[in-house]
Design a protein around this ligand. Sequence first.
Ligand SMILES: [Zn+2]
Length: 341
Amino acid sequence: MTGFTTSEISRIMCEPEYRASRGSLGRKPSGDDRRQAAITMEKAMPNVEEVADKIYRLETPIPGMSTIFAVYLIQESEGVLIEPGPATALPQIREGMNTLGMKELAYIIPTHIHVDHAGGTGALAQLFPQATVLVHPAGVKHVVDPSRLIESTKMAFGPDFEDRLGPIIPVPESQIEVPEDGEIISINGRELQIIYAPGHAPHHMVIFDRSVEGIFCGEALGLPGQGDKLFPLPGVAPPSFDQELYLETMELLRQLGPRMLFYSHGGVGREPDTLISMAAESTRVFGDIILKALKEGEPPEAISRRIGEYATSSYGLKLDDMDLAMIVGGYALYFNKKGLA
Ligand SMILES: [Zn+2]
């Protein structure tokens, strides 16, 4: 059983007061703003909200997936975009940038190259040719030539993924920079530190915004549930999920002492230490259950059922078949590679 109660879990995400007091754009509306807002409203106001100083969150659905996705825009100098999302998010990103009056981007930073986080990077880079795209060294060759990435995306999301998520097009090599682990990008005095964060995937990195002490954590710190179901579950994707590295990364990021977690598949976590403990707990427990079942020769469907039941009874979460297949498949491959199952 989990060591956290449901009310404890609900308390620690997304303080509503912050939004209420700051408004969706974070300052008192002027006459100009109201006119601007009226114009924007006609075009269906995109869901852009300030979640921390000059940091805006834009939510976009991921067609065919139960989870939501968040793109983050930092309104500093020419602008920074973290997590492009799939190519289908592009119109919403442009609308969001219009709403904020952002015309350019200095940096485009996907946390890792999976299609739901970075499928639209090439298209976005084309739209902002002066922007620098930061990519983990293990991901570079796959964004320059996405042929293998497209193949693996077809395996994970089906051969028709482009119909739902849009195409993955190459990112021009001339726009790419590969940051070192710990490297700091300074924008207008705002320091964004890139930290390699393997475990979910070898090409995963996070961005630590030192001015607000917040981490754009991608899937490195688990996947929080939605609504009041907030217990973060391990972000598992075959074939390269590594439980040991995943847990090590969590502790490394905890040591940074973040005050906020900007989730890609969720909102903003305001009690990082507790949330990281929860994510580590579910990662260990799922691993234990799956390893035991594998050793006993249980078939994958039965293990999936077991995990689904555990998630519901202990965390109040309902996982769909695809989530379960990813979790069980990812762990099974990992234990296999380790020679444990
Ligand atoms: Zn991923």
